[in-house]
Design a protein around this ligand. Structure first.
Ligand code: PGA
Length: 245
């Protein structure tokens, strides 16, 4: 089964637009075999989970359970909405909110402990040598998964998202994304057990659209895609779901 994760980021700003987009997405998702996971901004999550019931994810979460943390959304708040997934470590959170590997690690551990599935984003800023996956990818994996018990690894999906490919229209090659997926699985395999590493689902993200989506999902070892801006365009995203099937 292939995964199509729609990361709406902060593109959709009104309830009306959110509703129109997720209704179209849901109708197409209902007719396909892939797992379509919609990750809207927090205010739109209740609509998706309560009124329409689609697989949904949050774009972030806080690691503490409750308390005096102005502005934060906690794990129980998500669980009470039956949200299954959370995206963590996205490069925009690392960049604009200065989230360190340590902070991401706290969030990953707390989310897994609370029973959520984590979509962990990793990726390099620049690729110096063509076709060589930079070591930073392994370093992020090791730091972000430090202390995660092996019994929880099946709830971690990794999204390889080279930063230079996000929102630029310059996607990576499927061959390279495949190499990155292998590298990620090997890194997790070394941390735990080879078999465990090989079982980890790896997605590719960065300028995926209806023109290139099949090249990625059909490539051996790539379990799906994490889609940003193209997932917020109704016709484009429903076309992608239809293509992947
Ligand atoms: P993009 O974003 O599809 O707009 O490049 C991908 C992402 O940041 O997850």
């Amino acid at each position: 089964m292939k995964y199509l994760v729609a990361n709406w980021k902060s593109y959709i700003t009104s309830h009306k637009d959110a509703k129109a987009l997720f209704l179209a997405t849901r109708d197409e998702a209902d007719a396909c075999l892939s797992e379509v996971i919609v990750c809207p901004p927090f205010p739109f999550l209740p609509d998706i989970k309560q009124d329409w019931d689609m697989a949904a994810g949050a774009q972030d979460v806080f690691w503490e359970t409750k308390g005096a943390y102005t502005g934060e959304v906690t794990l129980d708040m998500l669980r009470n909405l039956n949200v299954e997934y959370v995206i963590l470590g996205h490069s925009e959170r690392r960049k604009y909110f200065e989230e360190s590997d340590e902070v991401i690690n706290k969030k990953v551990k707390a989310a897994l402990k609370a029973g959520l599935k984590v979509i962990l984003c990793v990726g390099e800023k620049q690729r110096k040598e063509k076709n060589v996956i930079p070591k930073i990818v392994a370093e992020q994996i090791k730091a972000n998964l430090a202390g995660v018990p092996k019994t929880k690894i099946h709830n971690v999906m990794v999204a390889y998202e080279p930063i230079w490919a996000i929102g630029t229209g310059l996607s990576d090659t499927p061959e390279n994304a495949h190499q990155a997926a292998l590298y990620i699985r090997k890194t997790i395999g070394k941390m735990y057990h080879t078999k465990l590493g090989m079982g980890v689902k790896v997605l590719y993200g960065g300028s995926v659209n209806s023109k290139n989506v099949l090249e990625f999902v059909n490539y051996h070892g790539i379990d799906g895609v994490l889609v940003g801006s193209a997932s917020t365009k109704k016709d484009e995203f429903t076309k992608m779901i239809k293509l992947v099937g």
